[in-house]
Design a protein around this ligand. Sequence first.
Ligand code: ADP
Length: 674
Amino acid sequence: MPGDRNDAGVRVLHPAAAVGFAALYLAFALLSREAPGAGFDSVARPAGGIAVLWLLLRQTKALGVDTLALAVVAYAANSVTGADPDAAALIAATNVLQSVLATVLLRRWCLTLWGCGGTRPLDRPRVLAPYCAALVVALAVGAIVATLGMSAIEGVDETAEGVLWFGRNLCSALVLVTFGLLLGQRLTSPRPRPRLLGDAGPVELLAATAFTLTMYGVAFTLEETPLAFVLLAATVWFGLRFSTMLSATHSLVIGMATLSLTVNGVGPFAAVEREDLGYLVAQFYVVAISVTALILSTARDEREALAAELRRSKEEAVYESSVRDAVIGSITEGLIVVDESGELLIQNDAAATLLGDGARPLTSESRHVMSSWSVDGVALDDSQRPTARALRGETVHAAEVMIRVEGRPDRVLSISGIPLPRDEIRDRSRALMIFRDVTDEHAHRQELSMFAGVVAHDLRNPLAAIDGWTEMIADELDAGRLDPQTAREFVSRVRSSSGRMRELIRDLLAHATSGSRDLDMSRLDVAAMAEEIASTRHAEKNVACEAIPPVLADAVLVRQVLDNLVGNALKYVAPGIEPEVTVRGWRSGTRMVTIQVADNGIGIPAGERERIFEEFHRAHYRDYEGSGLGLSIVRRIVTRHDGTIVARANPAGVGSLFELTLPAYDEQDPHPKG
Ligand code: ADP
């Protein structure tokens, strides 16, 4: 509907609507002009309902232009319908008074209602009482004022006419204002709008209409038989099955038909001996069916709205829980919610993997096969466990705890705990716990700090030596005793120390890059590579290379592996022994090539054959220089190629043998996937 908004943001009808209402008011007044008892005691006054609707929808102030217009139109209408000037003025004034009062009361008592300051339709029984009360009070005040005024003007008691005045105004207001407000709300509310047919379908609407027509036909034809009570059944049908809008329309049509037939002397109400009593009964009949229809249909509307709300809430709850499950299930951190009795309320798959055996979901009993330790290896008592702390109300942030579960390797978990609102029904505290596996991170950190310690130590030694020798050079120079022979010897020691440092730094760099460098796989001839390494080291006559099937590997990294192994084989020989190194290889299984590097050196003590692959571990640190990093680099590179490496005693008798595997290069399928 076109219009502006007033201060309260409520839509106000366009001023042209006032002209429409005035015309409607006048038309209704003139229509009822010919009706018996027109004027103060006419039987039907639809204009009364129009006046209330007019002031309500135009949001008129008590002394607004619309009120004034209403007064003029009401005066004109009553003059035309035969009232003398005094009576016409009184009726017009009373009309304005009751309409303004009804408007004020409705806006005050039915704030949420569309047209009265709100947006809701008349669809709940609880607004019916204040709604009807506002109309009844306003129209009763109007009727009393009109009765007293008319009695004064006419000089006779006009109480009976006053009751009729009240009856017809209430009748018209209840039917017209209700219909007008419902229609206005429906037209202005956003789609989708509630179903006009309510619970029923079009067939039932046809049946109910046919029933109404038949019943009214019968009741108004057999007017001697008081059949009006049967008519109520039609109202109940509409009230129970159709929307308030349709039910109010039904009341409007029935009400108008009943009143016009009664005025024209047709039907059971016209059959009442005293004509005015008959009118009165007809008016109150219309009031009764309107109110009944409203009570039933607003209750139905409310039920329908509640059911829809319930359906929506259920759907939302189901959706929210599916989203929650999806979110909880998809996070890689383990998540559980527990209460203080140990009952497990929520868990995700990751929690079962981290805390349980990984195969089955956790149960409340899972905690009994699990023990918690500090990362330094001290057993935590129950009260120190992060879960117990969170259940006591403490927020735990990333506590590192070592978890032992029977039959599984120890794991270090980073555990956070958040206290949740208490379960008031069962009187238990609850907590949300989040777990992350930091075993590797923890091991890596440990390794890193050890690594840093060793690096610092190994770099400090040659540095101290350099310091010492250079200081001695300076002292000798100061004393003027430095002969070239001594100087040469000191400088050579300084260079040897700085050489050791350079070697260590080179190995450190190789160690760092061997794990992170992207693999660039290609076909490699390992034997040719070993020969080339031997020649670079001027040891061609010490290294014998047999033919090796081609491998698919990273050339730079494999070169590093061979250089380390051949270098060690040449280095770790007893003094005076000529090194003899053999490099050989063969295809093993379908996918791998096994490569051996054997020597005639000093060998590796049996207990050291695994440990020599650890960073900085050296089996012979006395007489041989080295950083202890070479074999750890070798194992890291081989592992990255999905291969293995072991050290053994050389079965030939003396020396050691290193055996490693690398992926075979397949001529048929040179670029295997995965
Ligand atoms: P580095 O040679 O720098 O000490 P590596 O990691 O290459 O460090 O080797 C670790 C240890 O393994 C060496 O210190 C040495 O004791 C032992 N080792 C490696 N290769 C051989 C070999 N061919 N024969 C005997 N011992 C070896």
